[in-house]
Design a protein. Structure first.
Length: 330
């Protein structure tokens, strides 16, 4: 197969491209490098079954040509990170909604199966935990910018499922919970790479809010394996699936664990949300996936626990540090 991966130079996109190549496929990666990086594709540089094109998913003619040349599409291109979502709300909405419309329209024209990556953010402020795919989505007010991301991704899901119901376009929706691992940047607010960088530098590890909010972190290798499994399974079409890990940890506990694993020199400092983001910022106290649906279909079970994930991220950061004898390419 020849697959198109939009957002292919992103953190998850780069790992997915590697996975597909390892499975024997050809890959065409499309990315405008606004948040992605060539570093995420370093291992594929010069590979005979890999091609990269620098363009936006908003460029309709480019996307159409890419879709036409491939037999399946993984649509990962999106605005990423809470900080980017809060700081650039217009770009967030336009990239997510507009880009997905272009991709779905092209896939429908050429009858290409497409997997759309969505997010656990669509569950919003729902108090029901763990989150199952059929649960209600409880959004905050439109005056709070962070909900623009959740609502835009929910609209993407509605749009994709509309193509499935109306035109029988083969679509699969994957709701990703916190995905972490080597090559993830902390530039856009991702918590683990930020904590690790602070811990290794002996700087204060900055926890936003009171630290009692909890998350579940999945290794990117587990996640891309699940994405491939869903794309390959005919009974996944027209369905929504959670992908993540259901091992829950508070952000304060996470900070303490990172401190311990990076030498124990850092203090843990609490930063109010209004200082970290903006006045009126809202956060969810818990975000835990129900993984029973994807487990039943493809046997998905996370293979990395939190300590294994942290050790992986820390090892890469140490190897890439100035003065290291070995530069990491993982």
């Amino acid at each position: 197969m020849r697959y198109l991966v939009t957002g292919g130079a992103g953190f998850i996109g780069g790992h997915l491209c590697e996975r597909l190549i390892a499975q024997g496929h050809e890959v065409l990666a499309l990315d405008d490098l606004s948040t992605g990086s060539f570093d995420n594709l370093q291992r594929l540089d010069g590979h005979e079954r890999f091609e990269f094109r620098c363009a936006s998913v908003l460029e309709r003619r480019v996307v159409e040509r890419c879709v036409r040349e491939c037999q399946g599409v993984y649509h990962l291109a999106s605005a990423v990170g809470v900080k980017l979502v809060v700081d650039q709300p217009v770009k967030t909405i336009e990239t997510i909604v507009g880009g997905t419309e272009v991709v779905l329209n092209s896939c429908a024209r050429y009858r290409r199966p497409v997997l759309l990556t969505s997010t656990s953010e669509v569950y919003g402020k729902s108090p029901k935990v763990p989150f199952a795919e059929s649960d209600d989505c409880v959004m905050g007010p439109t005056t709070t910018r962070r909900w623009a991301y959740a609502c835009a991704k929910a609209l993407d899901e509605f749009h994709a499922l509309a193509y499935w119901h109306q035109a029988r376009l083969p679509v699969v929706i994957a709701r990703l919970f916190n995905t972490v691992g080597p090559r993830q940047t902390g530039r856009y607010g991702m918590v683990i790479p930020r904590f690790v960088a602070q811990g290794l530098a002996g700087e204060p590890i900055t926890v936003y809010g009171d630290g009692r909010q909890s998350r579940c972190f999945a290794h990117v290798k587990d996640v891309v394996g699940a994405l491939c499994g869903l794309m390959d399974h005919p009974r996944a079409r027209g369905e929504v699936f959670n992908i993540g890990n259901d091992q829950e940890v508070t952000i304060l506990q996470l900070a303490e664990r990172v401190r311990d694993l990076t030498g124990g020199r850092s203090e843990i400092r609490l930063i109010p949300y209004h200082e970290a983001y903006t006045v009126g910022f809202e956060d969810m106290m818990r975000r835990v996936p129900d993984l029973s649906k994807i487990r039943r279909l493809i046997g998905y079970r996370p293979t990395y626990d939190l300590d294994a994930i942290l050790r992986d991220v820390i090892a890469e950061a140490q190897a890439a540090a100035p003065g290291s004898s070995t530069l990491s390419t993982s």
